[in-house]
Write a new protein. Sequence first.
Length: 213
Amino acid sequence: METQPLQAKIRKDSGSIKSRKNRKAGLVPAVLYGHKQESIMLYLDKKEFSKLIDARTKMVNLKMGNSAETAIIKEVQFDTFGKEILHADFVRTDLTEKIIAHVPIVLYGTSKGVKEGGVLDHALKEVEIECLATAVPDNIRVNISELAIGDTIHIGDLELPANVNALGSTDAVVVSVHFAAEEEEEEEEGLASGPEIISARKLDKEKESENKD
């Protein structure tokens, strides 16, 4: 994972009124915390920070006047419409220590099962990993070309970079291919309309009817 530079100004004011005013001026309020150090309130340039978000940047070198700190973008808050950045959280990080991060899972290829009429179910969109801050991959790519109907890829099946470990259950389903709903319904109907099971009681009733005749 590359570290991108990001200019920041130390923020001394606080409060929603001040924040709204500064957002209109093109600034994004943010906070830097972690490593048992004091939190620092910041302002970011909206355009510069938006470019990093669009590029899915995760680690930055925050430049604050004469000082700089390496940090992970922990959380970005948007407005109701998901367009306006309201606030950002940064967590200090040491490039020599392991961190926990969430990385998107990207599927590529066309599944055999889909070609045969199956339905692809991408159940897990991201995976939680642990590794050095400098080793966090941008994404985890999964080849689904050989995935047939009834096949499943679990977290334990993922091919991860060296020294990157997946957290959570290795049995968690990442992606699978199954029959289309209509086909499944037809199979169930076929089972329901199978041969009639004749009970002993029914046979007795039929015999009684024959004797009366």
